[in-house]
Unconditional design. Structure first.
Lengths: 141, 297
């Protein structure tokens, strides 16, 4: 009973607090990883749960250096991210790079690519939720 | 007493929720309609779904970067005057102009125009305040800009981070459609500026304008996710008019290649192309000038 009386109010607050925490999480944990790059203006952070998948279609310009950062709360485990083209051809997967959260590359032609983020499923009765952020930064020539 | 003790955490939770809601709408101009919409459970569910959508188009900074790289000069007369800020009332005009000022701010900071950058940030701050989004574009950004006056890179980074944070603030405060308007405003201003420069015949800039077809399609798809949202209708209609012209751009798709150089640099490419005729470019230049004029006047 004692536990329940604290759980109910916390449940009311969770959606508000979780979202507010994503902005802080992005600023404190993800932005520093974009050091040396200018961040794209768009904000892509959301509270995801195990099994969730999110996609982000991006235009990358020719001749530019880019960095993609995918940050996730540790409670979600090793979040996978892939870079695929619009025909779903795989270009990069962090699974083959020790689950690194940063990927640097150069574009020789302008094209659209998709960043796909997958939160691994978890065993157990309690399903955790946490922030996942995708940041894109570019460098001038 | 037992009941009271049970109520304490619950009341605290509701209290904090109420306080947070109040804070979100606290900065509204008294003459404006309420900017924090009342949401029923269906709308709340819809907002929750929208919050999970990741969306991005290239930042206005990237277009400004190409303009500078190609040797063009800064021209303050092309920008939306900060004096116009007093004219903007109503959510749509305010949000679109917040995006327009953001693009102008990017352009000014790219050309290392420190005072102009400060002026545009102040105008954007004023709009944000009048829209009731005081939590975004806070005074510490002005302070950061002041203390990083010597570094153009820092200036650009601060500006980009500020607008990303603004979009995050809007998203987290259930005003995602307003964020879409801000992004659209920034995209339109970047297109306007680049068409003005491209009229000189610069081929790289022309190609970059042709490539905006991709961003515009992406932006319209994003707007479509909001259904028939009343506050997006006018801008969406303008974007669709521009899309009709961008459909004249000749595009070809190629196979993606990816290679890793000896120095470990990963390079991605393909043989796709986007070509725009001078006639189409002129039509786009005319239309974007008309659309922009409607919002900034």
């Amino acid at each position: 009973m004692k536990l329940v009386k604290y759980i109910i109010p916390v449940l009311f607050l969770l959606p508000v607090l979780a979202n507010a925490q994503c902005r802080a999480f992005t600023k404190n944990k993800c932005l520093p990883l974009l050091e040396g790059y200018v961040q794209n203006d768009n904000y892509n952070s959301a509270v995801l749960v195990p099994g969730d998948e999110a996609e982000l279609l991006l235009t990358f310009y020719s001749g530019k250096d880019y960095r993609i950062v995918v940050g996730s709360h540790p409670v979600l485990g090793d979040v996978e991210f892939e870079l695929v083209d619009t025909n779903d051809e795989m270009i990069y997967s962090n699974k083959t790079a020790d689950n690194k959260s940063v990927f640097d590359f150069k574009m020789s032609n302008t094209q659209q690519l998709i960043v796909r983020v997958r939160v691994p499923k978890q065993d157990g009765a309690i399903s955790h939720e946490g922030c996942v952020t995708v940041l894109v930064g570019s460098k001038e020539k | 007493m037992r009941n009271l003790r049970w109520m304490k955490p619950t009341a605290l939770a509701f209290g904090i929720c109420a306080l947070m809601s109040a804070c979100q709408s606290g900065g509204n101009n008294a003459n404006q309609p309420p900017t924090q919409p009342k949401v029923d459970s269906l709308e709340a569910a819809r907002e929750a779904e929208l919050q999970k959508i990741f969306f991005s188009i290239p930042a206005p900074m990237e277009m400004a970067s190409l303009i500078k790289e190609n040797g063009f000069k800064y021209d303050a007369a092309m920008l939306n005057s900060t004096e116009n800020v007093v004219k903007y009332t109503g959510e749509v005009k305010q949000a679109v102009n917040l995006g327009i000022y953001g693009a102008d701010l990017s352009y000014a900071s790219m050309f290392d125009q420190k005072q102009e950058s400060m002026n545009y940030l102040a105008a954007a701050q004023r709009l944000a305040r009048e829209m009731g989004v005081d939590g975004a574009l806070q005074d510490d950004i002005i302070n950061r800009l002041n203390s990083n006056q010597d570094s153009r890179d820092s200036l650009m980074r601060i500006v980009s981070e500020a607008y990303s944070d603004l979009n995050g603030y809007l998203k987290e405060n259930n005003r995602i459609s307003v964020s879409a308007l801000v992004i659209a405003g920034g995209w339109m201003e970047a297109l306007y500026l680049s068409t003005r420069y491209a009229s000189s015949g610069d081929s790289e800039l022309k190609t970059r304008i042709a490539e905006q077809k991709l961003s515009l399609d992406n932006l319209i798809n994003y707007f479509n996710k909001f259904g028939e949202a009343e506050n997006l209708k006018e801008v969406k209609s303008d974007l669709l008019s521009l899309q009709a012209l961008f459909n004249e751009v000749q595009t070809s798709a190629g196979k993606t290649t990816a290679s890793k150089g000896a120095d470990g640099t990963f390079t991605i490419g393909n043989s796709s192309s986007a070509v725009i005729s001078d006639e189409t470019l002129k039509k786009i230049e005319t239309l974007i000038a008309q659309v922009r004029s409607k919002y900034i006047s």
